[in-house]
Design a protein around this ligand. Structure first.
Ligand code: KIV
Length: 305
């Protein structure tokens, strides 16, 4: 059932997002990694789809996002681009695709647009990414920043912890956000920080902020689709609101299929194809004649031996 806000069918751009911030309209975003999810999100009227490297965990089964490669990202970006024509599509730059050199960052960012069909890219980090952001933006690629809990630095952060809890850490994140805006980011994801801080940052930035586990004060909200749908059963962060329990429904459906197959209830006549009765009778007659011929040839050769 499309949401009431799904009436506009024109393509969402980074300028649409900016205008939403100016007019106080909340931006809606969710991750998507494949064709059917992208189609459903797009038709529901979502403003942005993030092909996040979280796909490494929720789709590919890794413990964290570090093993995800550019090839993985391009594969999933293309599937999403085929499924969505309206939402702003943002592709995540995976670990080590932008940190080693600015030139590599520009090339990989360009690839997500040129080969992956994305409209923009996202990268993690604050002031240390300013040069990469400037270079990518100069190449004509819109960049979304990502501060707070940055999963590609999970080992440096010492785990999946809320960031910016002390006054000093919070101030540093605010500075990072201002530096990223100055470097040319069109938007910034703020992940797992106290609500007071994300609100303070959102009020001080001109560009829209998108919160994930960052309270109500951001200009938009983002969640991982597999968490929202209850498709990822390993753990659910406390800031997620689960709108469905598809993992249980999948198990139930697969269990029923297995039972039906074992009990020979599936396939039923309506799931099967059958021949025209006359064609079937002709076939039976032809086979009977063929078998009779073969039998007579066999009898003949036995007599000769
Ligand atoms: O990879 C991802 O899905 C993300 C969001 C959770 C911010 O980076």
């Amino acid at each position: 059932m499309p949401s009431k806000s799904a009436s506009v069918s024109s393509k969402v751009s980074i300028h649409t997002w900016q205008s939403k911030k100016v007019h106080g309209e909340t931006i809606t975003m969710m991750t998507g990694y494949d064709f059917p999810t992208a189609s459903a999100l797009d038709r529901s009227g979502i403003d942005g789809i993030l092909v996040g490297d979280s796909l490494g965990m929720v789709v590919l089964g890794y413990d964290n996002t570090l093993p995800v490669t550019m090839q993985d990202m391009l594969h999933h970006c293309r599937a999403v681009a085929r499924g969505a024509s309206r939402a702003l599509l943002v592709g995540d730059l995976p670990f080590m695709s932008y940190q080693a050199s600015t030139a590599e960052a520009v090339r990989n960012a360009g690839s997500l647009l040129q080969k992956g069909g994305m409209d923009a890219v996202k990268l993690e980090g604050g002031r240390e990414r300013a040069a990469a952001v400037r270079a990518i933006v100069s190449a004509g690629v819109p960049v979304m920043g990502h501060i707070g809990l940055t999963p590609q630095s999970v080992h440096q952060l010492g785990g999946w912890k809320v960031q910016g809890k002390s006054a000093g850490a919070a101030r540093r994140l605010l500075e990072d956000a201002l530096i990223l805006e100055d470097a040319g980011c069109f938007s910034i994801v703020i992940e797992a920080v106290p609500g007071e801080l994300s609100q303070m940052i959102s009020e001080r930035l001109v560009i829209p902020t998108i919160g994930v586990g960052a309270g109500i004060g951001c200009d938009g909200q983002l969640l991982v689709a597999h968490d929202v749908l209850g498709l990822f059963d390993r753990f659910t962060p406390h800031f997620v609101k689960k709108y469905a329990d598809l993992f249980s429904q999948m198990r139930q459906a697969f269990g029923e299929y297995i039972d039906d197959v074992k009990a020979r209830r599936f396939p039923a006549p309506e799931h099967s194809n059958s021949m025209d009765p006359q064609e079937y009778r002709d076939l039976v007659r032809e086979i009977e004649m063929l078998e009779a011929e073969l039998e007579s040839e066999e009898n003949h050769s036995n007599r000769l031996h």
